[in-house]
Design a protein. Structure first.
Length: 202
């Protein structure tokens, strides 16, 4: 699945990129037509599946399409568990890549502040969302995407030290707040990618 400037394209198969005006696609439906989602209505994305089902490839495809076709956006990456999305760290649209829990918390605090600022701005000026605001103002606000590579990592665990659990709880709650309040602010909680939690023996 891939976000575009105004729309998001839902991926069912992996194939070549399709770009049509304000709609982007990195893939097609089985019948060959793009599947489009309106970002103002369906603002967030969860990728889930078993190990080996192509989640990492899909996430990389989303980011590739998003970066290649959109200059006026900001992307924040959370890459703690694995290394795939770190490949995008040097792209102009990527403002920060968080490699540890403290950095993720810092990014989420920053995004949470932006949500509050935009919500107050839109409310005070009578705008219902980012699309409405940008259609009436010359100084456009950027859409913001926060990419979580492994959502399950942020779930508090009794086996973690108290300071780690405290940070995890903060991140988890801010991610939930982002999903609830980010849509109208044009802050899309980006891609939330969930793999099946696994336990390993020490």
């Amino acid at each position: 699945m891939a976000w575009g400037h105004e729309y998001i394209t839902k991926l069912h198969t992996s194939s070549a990129a399709v770009v049509q005006k304000r709609m982007e696609a990195i893939a097609k439906e089985f019948d060959g037509t793009p599947f489009l989602l309106d970002l103002d209505k369906e603002a967030h994305l969860l990728i889930g599946g078993q190990t080996g089902t192509g989640k990492s490839f899909l996430l990389a495809s989303i980011l590739t399409n998003l970066i290649a076709t959109n200059k006026n956006i900001e992307i924040y990456l959370s890459q703690i568990m694995k290394g795939e999305i770190g490949l995008f760290s040097n792209c102009k649209q990527v403002k920060m890549t968080a490699y540890n829990l403290e950095e993720v918390a810092t990014v989420l605090r920053r995004i949470s502040k932006k949500i509050d600022e935009r919500s107050k701005l839109f409310s005070s000026k009578g705008f219902k969302n980012l699309t409405h605001y940008n259609s009436k103002n010359k100084n456009k606000l950027k859409r913001i995407f926060f990419v979580v590579e492994e959502l399950s990592f942020f779930m508090p665990n009794d086996s973690d030290p108290s300071n780690v659990n405290s940070l995890k709880s903060e991140c988890w709650n801010k991610i939930l707040d982002l999903v609830k309040a980010g849509r109208s602010a044009g802050i899309h909680g980006a891609v939330l990618r969930s793999a099946q939690p696994q336990r390993t023996a020490d």
